[in-house]
Design a protein around this ligand. Structure first.
Ligand SMILES: Cc1cc2nc3c(=O)[nH]c(=O)nc-3n(C[C@H](O)[C@H](O)[C@H](O)COP(=O)(O)OP(=O)(O)OC[C@H]3O[C@@H](n4cnc5c(N)ncnc54)[C@H](O)[C@@H]3O)c2cc1C
Length: 276
């Protein structure tokens, strides 16, 4: 992957929904003049949409991780090559990977997405570790009797409804700091989701915020209280974080010192991707 390669590189960083599709479209069009290289830190494509369910319902977790080996098999050979690695720094003409390897580019697509609190995102990079994580999470859910979900966005609502659907006898509570569940979506969704929560017997606490202990909530199955900003407390033996997502913009940070070296002009960057 050196600068002396015959064709210049188009590098796509991040091989999830956006990056893999971008690489596919670019590779199909540009293979005659450019090499399209998809750089992804995970060994397998993470099927994020169903992560909350894999974290609750046993025996499907292997389906969460899809191989990259056949992803571009429908394109001409070599149209897209997948390179496993974590980009630590984006420079004006190259990306630097962990281990100090670097790959030059003529064009760059940054599709590094976001990171959610687990189990919304995976804490590991490989399929066997991911499967082990989900299995351990499923066992913690199975063992617990009083489960508190911190956050009532899409992730928290899916976790809560899946748990209560699969284990109707467990107590499940959602704590959400906003007046509506799934507040980022259409306002009418709150009524639909609330009705389903009521039907399943999920307790929903709105307009209140859980205090997160500095070291996180206990994970050993012991009973503890989830303290709320209002002064209320909820007894629990498992608390699951579903508190949203943060952008994976760290690789952009080193290139912004001083800010004038930033390859992405501030005026063109999404606010969440602004690193300087
Ligand atoms: C539970 C859940 C359900 C959802 N359901 C839906 C749905 O039904 N419909 C829908 O449209 N959307 C849904 N979404 C949203 C959807 O998952 C996101 O919009 C989508 O994942 C965004 O894709 P992305 O490629 O931009 O980023 P991400 O999916 O966040 O992927 C970023 C990729 O970049 C890689 N990466 C990050 N940093 C680096 C680095 N430094 N070096 C190398 N690689 C890196 C990561 O490993 C990852 O593979 C859901 C999300 C969740 C969590």
């Amino acid at each position: 992957m050196s600068a002396s390669s015959e064709k210049p590189n188009i590098v796509v960083v991040g091989g999830s929904f956006v990056g893999s599709k971008a690489a596919e479209l670019i590779g199909a069009e540009m293979y005659k003049t450019h090499r399209t290289i998809l750089i992804e830190r995970n060994t397998h494509f993470n099927n994020l949409f169903a992560f909350p369910r894999y974290a609750v319902v046993p025996k499907h977790e292997h389906r969460a991780f899809l191989p990259y080996t056949t992803m571009f098999a429908h394109l001409l050979p070599g149209a897209v090559s997948v390179h496993r690695g974590r980009v630590t720094e984006i420079q004006a003409d190259r990306v630097v990977l962990e281990g100090e390897e670097s790959i030059p580019y003529e064009y760059l697509v940054i599709a590094t997405g976001t990171r959610l609190t687990p189990p919304g995102s995976m804490i590991t990079d490989t399929k066997p570790e991911g499967i082990a994580y989900f299995q351990a999470h499923q066992q913690a859910v199975e063992k617990a009797q009083k489960i508190v979900i911190i956050g009532g966005g899409a992730n928290g609502v899916q976790l809560a409804t899946d748990i209560k659907d699969f284990y109707p006898d467990k107590s499940v509570t959602i704590v959400h700091p906003r007046p509506r569940l799934m507040h980022a979506f259409h306002p009418a969704l709150h009524d639909i989701v609330s009705a389903r929560c009521a039907e399943l017997g999920i307790d929903v606490i709105l307009n209140d915020r859980a205090r997160i202990p500095p070291g996180g909530f206990p994970t050993d199955g012991s009973t503890f209280n989830v303290e709320l900003a209002s002064g209320k407390h909820i007894p629990a033996d498992l608390a699951i974080m579903a508190t949203g997502q943060t952008p994976n913009s760290a690789p952009l940070r080193p290139c912004c010192s001083p800010p004038l070296h930033c390859p992405i002009p501030l005026s063109d960057a999404e606010p969440s991707m602004r690193c300087c």
